[in-house]
Design a binder for this molecule. Structure first.
Ligand code: KIV
Length: 281
């Protein structure tokens, strides 16, 4: 029987893409499939990213710099994050959505973190992200125990830019690398099911990825991580001025926005982005 003679109720089109779940992300990680993540802040781009097949959209507090024009992420409010999470959730159908807890929304207490995470989950996030290690482990445990999946964020943690002395590479010396590894293991033990690592040496990105059993998503952490994330406006060439070396402009060959996003996903999946020599430390 050829497809022309199939009864009309039998569809021959490709099966409907399934919505991403934590189970699927962890299965991808176990199978060695790279995870492609991009930041996203509104419904229009959420539709484009979703159609291109991005695995994870991060509603990052980078929106403070990218959309609001601040020179750091520190002024971003929880109200603004909840608003943008809602916009992205309404534009998205399939991707996993992470809502970033902004500065001042989880530092005071575990109770404050729970209330803030609740706001982002009710706005449409599937998981929340928070920066820092050590003091964050009990907060991560409390969120996870109450059914809120958590992505940790180590290395360069932009909310601590003034304490870190600027946007500098982290974990360069043995002591810094050892602390980072210890914090990462503690956060995974506390229940974090994903870790973003930012601006660290390629070798440390590899060691972290190999020593943890949760996906490690790199940004300026070399090609050996379980997946990659970039700020959308950076990889689309919208951001002006000097960009960190880990950024690649996927629009530079004159591609459309859709083609640039598809290329990013394909290059992360194949492992050809980032290139250690060009984008690593
Ligand atoms: O806020 C953000 O966009 C982030 C990424 C840079 C990882 O945290």
């Amino acid at each position: 029987m050829n497809s022309k003679s199939l009864p009309s109720q039998i569809s021959t089109s490709a099966p409907e893409r399934k919505a991403m779940t934590l189970h699927r992300l962890l299965a991808m990680h176990r199978a060695g499939e790279k995870i492609a993540m991009l930041t996203c802040y509104d419904a229009g781009f959420a539709k484009l990213l979703d159609a291109a097949g991005v695995d994870v959209m991060l509603v990052g507090d980078s929106l403070g710099m990218v959309l609001q024009g601040h020179d750091s992420t520190i002024p971003v409010s929880l109200d603004a994050m909840a608003y943008h999470v809602g916009c992205v959730a309404r534009g998205n159908r399939h991707a996993w959505v992470i809502g970033d807890l902004p500065f001042g929304s989880y530092q005071a207490s575990t109770e404050q973190a729970l209330l803030s995470a609740t706001r982002l989950m009710q706005a449409g996030a599937h998981m929340v992200k928070l920066e820092g290690g050590g003091w964050t482990a009990p907060i991560v445990r409390a969120l996870v125990e109450r059914g809120i999946p958590v992505c940790a964020h180590l290395g360069l943690t932009p909310q601590s830019v003034h304490a870190l002395g600027g946007y500098r590479i982290q974990g360069r010396d043995d002591a810094g690398a050892a602390t980072l590894l210890a914090h990462a293991k503690e956060l995974a033990e506390a229940g974090a099911t994903m870790l973003v690592v930012e601006l660290i040496p390629t070798a440390l990105g590899r060691e972290l990825t190999e020593s943890l059993n949760i996906p490690v998503i790199g940004i300026g952490a070399g090609p050996f991580c379980s997946g990659q994330v970039l700020v959308l406006h950076d990889m689309l060439g919208v951001t002006r001025g000097r960009l960190p070396r880990f950024v690649r402009n996927f629009m530079s060959d004159g591609a459309s926005v859709e083609a640039a996003i598809s290329r990013y996903i394909a290059d992360v999946k194949s492992g050809s982005f980032p290139d250690a020599a060009l984008h690593g430390y």
